[in-house]
Design a protein around this ligand. Structure first.
Ligand SMILES: [Zn+2]
Length: 296
């Protein structure tokens, strides 16, 4: 594991000393985070899985690929979590809902948010069956609605339509506000959804942006980035992934705006902690090096 610093960013504070992206490393960070908000961008390679805790409440946004089920469930267990108040499956792709069936089977679960979307894959069927077997139902996201995660407020910002050609556009987008800090979680929402969020006039401004669609050029449009105006960006993507994520287009936009980028492909699991005023990360920012493969 290597930590690559992109130079002098004065207002970025990092945990020093025991920088260890292993599960036990984050455990000790989380243990002291009960009073604040902790956001764990779990390293699931070319996929998304984000655990958020506030007080005794917790939420999991996406569960990585099918093969990540054990990694994600063990990570959650290591935080001492037995009940997930919320699970959010952002959309029907495997790299987001793959591990969720196992998670749903393994933990007490409050509500499961999932968009009105279907797929013909085994992954999707497994996911739906895990919900049925638990006698639960999906809660449909309604853009503009809010709910509480402990003392934090979660606002659903997308999807804003019910019919998209691109499955990624169905992605549930959530903004979490904890006192003076805010985090935006975008799933794989792309330019159409971003445009809709902008036109709805939502308060998109956030301190930390989970960069849409692993840094694909279909997301993080100039206008969206300008409006979110994040202090920090996080990219969840796999090392040397086949898609060339994060793309040069998006990385250059972030670089031009002097936004430090934290990357799971370079730093492993990234933990951001907020006390309501300041946000600190467990690692240094990553590089502005785009992915190299050209499939995206
Ligand atoms: Zn994805």
């Amino acid at each position: 594991m290597s930590f690559i610093s992109c130079g002098s960013i004065d207002d970025v504070k990092s945990f020093t000393g025991k920088l260890d992206s292993s599960v036990s490393g984050e455990n000790s960070l989380a243990a002291s985070s009960k009073d604040g908000l902790a956001v764990h961008y779990i390293d699931v390679g070319q996929a998304d899985s984000i655990l958020i805790t506030q007080g005794n409440s917790s939420m999991l946004i996406d569960g990585g690929n099918n093969d990540d089920y054990k990694l994600v469930s063990e990570y959650i267990e290591k935080q001492g979590i037995k009940k997930l108040d919320y699970i959010v499956g952002t959309h029907a792709h495997e790299d987001h809902i793959g591990g969720l069936d196992y998670i749903i089977n393994s933990f007490n679960v409050g509500k499961i948010y999932f968009p009105k979307q279907t797929a013909s894959t085994k992954t999707y069927k497994d996911f739906v069956n895990s919900v049925k077997n638990k006698n639960m139902k999906f809660t449909l996201p309604v853009a503009g609605q809010s709910f509480k995660l402990g003392e934090a407020e979660c606002t659903i910002l997308a999807p804003n339509s019910g019919n998209y050609d691109d499955a990624n556009e169905y992605s549930i987008v959530i903004k979490i506000t904890y006192k003076n800090n805010s985090f935006l979680f975008t799933g794989d929402a792309s330019s159409i959804s971003e445009k809709e969020m902008l036109s709805k006039g939502y308060d998109l401004k956030s301190d930390v942006l989970k960069v849409g669609h692993h840094g694909s050029r279909s997301s993080t449009t100039t206008e969206f980035l300008k409006t979110v105006n994040p202090k920090y960006a996080v990219v969840s993507c796999g090392k040397d992934n086949d898609y060339g994520h994060p793309t040069e287009t998006v990385i250059n936009r972030l670089k031009k705006a002097s936004i430090p980028v934290y990357r799971t492909d370079e730093s492993g699991t990234i933990v951001a902690k907020s006390n309501g005023t300041d946000i600190i990360f467990n690692v240094q920012p990553g590089s502005y090096k785009p992915g190299t493969k050209k499939k995206s």
